[in-house]
Design a binder for this molecule. Structure first.
Ligand code: PDD
Length: 406
């Protein structure tokens, strides 16, 4: 697709050659009036210079218009500058589809963000003394990218900082640098429809629990093609069990911390798998419904959409929040509260939510059957509309903005 909205500044137009211009910018920084993107049609190659600092939120726009990835790779290899110091991208124009790039071998290996650098996945290794590895001491976020835009990015970043503060971890990047790092990782992998996993661990240190043994946290961002859940699951619903494993109590490891320490959930997942179920619902220590191993739970009963409240000891899922907002806007009655297995057994419809599965209907819990009914169908549709509206809003903000306001 042709590049749209390319501007050309006075400063840029006085230098016709793109690489000359790039060199000048590298040495002297951007001239004041240098726009977010500048096209050099008459250069030895048709190039576009893109200011990552101004355009980063709009990856989809970059990906559509150019082959950012090729150039980013070349540029990084040449300059050996840590990825986070990138201010500009030279983008060769003309190659128009991802398949072609793949065929041409441009994307050979996955690239991973590791402590300020974008590296090949085979070089993306962390120490065996990292306390994330030794003790599960760290936090993470999972994000979903639609058409090059990270859905509710700022909410994810806020939650990451909250998790960090709950474990006394200081993230070595500020919010802006994190956003840049996320988009750099996407660009480096030329991804538009993606799954992102951002991990911050306590870092490397001698054996011993004391976090102060670790000087620097480890920051890793992995972006990979998103594999959607099969359509048949949305059509027919998934099978759940009520797990014997109870959710960690808030007083033990607060589920508000999106922690690397996932054994609680893994034990429940093992149970689910043994019983041929897709997901397990965990109760809290008081016997109230809490959440799934990687999801929040909703059910519809007596004309009321019900979901366990934060008090029950759950992760306050971002998808959960969106679904509650949508249901309320739609005029549904919503109750966040304390519920029992009996309540959910008596429900008409049940569904799960999370970032990657969005709104997933449930067909069974243990031996109970549920229909994939109008409520989950409606909320799934509204969720998709909300995603689309969000993506359009971010894109409409243009290449110079960051997206959501703080
Ligand atoms: N998991 N509860 C738990 C325990 C989770 O791990 C998750 C998300 C959720 C839903 O949160 P959100 O709507 O913000 O994705 C609830 C992610 C998907 C994961 O572990 O990869």
């Amino acid at each position: 697709m042709e590049l749209q909205a390319v501007e050309k500044s006075q400063a840029a137009s006085s230098i016709n050659n793109a690489s000359e211009c790039a060199k000048k910018i590298e040495n002297e920084g951007f001239p004041k009036d240098f726009p977010a993107t500048t096209k050099f049609a008459n250069s030895e190659f048709p190039f576009v210079i893109i200011r990552l600092d101004r355009i980063i939120q709009n990856l989809s726009w970059i990906a559509r218009s150019s082959r950012a990835m090729t150039i980013l790779n070349n540029f990084m290899q040449r300059s050996a500058v840590p990825a986070t110091t990138f201010d500009l991208l030279l983008v060769r124009r003309g190659e128009t589809d991802e398949v072609k790039r793949q065929r041409n071998g441009i994307i050979k290996t996955m690239r991973v963000y590791l402590n300020g650098k974008i590296v090949d996945s085979r070089d993306a290794v962390v120490s065996v003394f990292d306390h994330g590895f030794l003790y599960g001491d760290g936090i993470y976020e999972t994000m979903r990218v639609y058409d090059g835009v990270v859905f509710r990015l700022d909410q994810h970043i806020r939650r990451l900082f909250r998790s960090a503060s709950l474990i006394g971890l200081s993230i070595p990047l500020d919010v802006d640098r994190l956003r840049i790092a996320i988009y750099e990782t996407l660009i480096a992998n030329a991804l538009r429809k993606a799954y992102i996993r951002l991990t911050v661990s306590r870092g490397r240190g001698p054996i011993g629990l004391d976090p102060s043994l670790c000087a620097e946290p480890t920051v890793v961002i992995v972006a990979q093609e998103l594999k959607e859940y099969p359509g048949s699951l949305y059509k027919n619903g998934i099978h759940l069990i009520i797990s014997e494993t109870r959710r960690n109590s808030k007083e033990a490891i607060d589920p508000h911390i999106k922690s690397l320490n996932f054994l609680n959930n893994i034990l429940a997942k093992i149970e689910a798998k043994k019983k041929g179920a897709y997901e397990a619902i965990m109760l809290n220590v008081n016997g109230h419904l809490a959440e799934g191993t990687i999801s929040n739970i909703f059910f519809y009963k007596d004309n009321m959409l019900c979901t366990p409240s934060a008090e029950c000891g759950i992760l306050d899922g971002i998808t959960r929040g969106v679904v509650i907002e949508l249901a309320r806007t739609e005029g549904m009655r919503v109750r966040e509260g304390k519920f029992t297995v009996k309540d959910i057994y008596a429900a008409g419809e049940v569904f799960l939510t999370n970032t990657t599965m969005e709104v997933m209907p449930v067909s069974n819990i243990d031996d109970r059957r549920y229909t994939v009914g109008s409520v989950s169908k409606l909320l799934r549709k509204l969720y998709r509309e909300e995603v689309n509206a969000y993506i359009s809003d971010v894109k409409a903000e243009g290449p110079s903005l960051w997206g959501e306001n703080q």
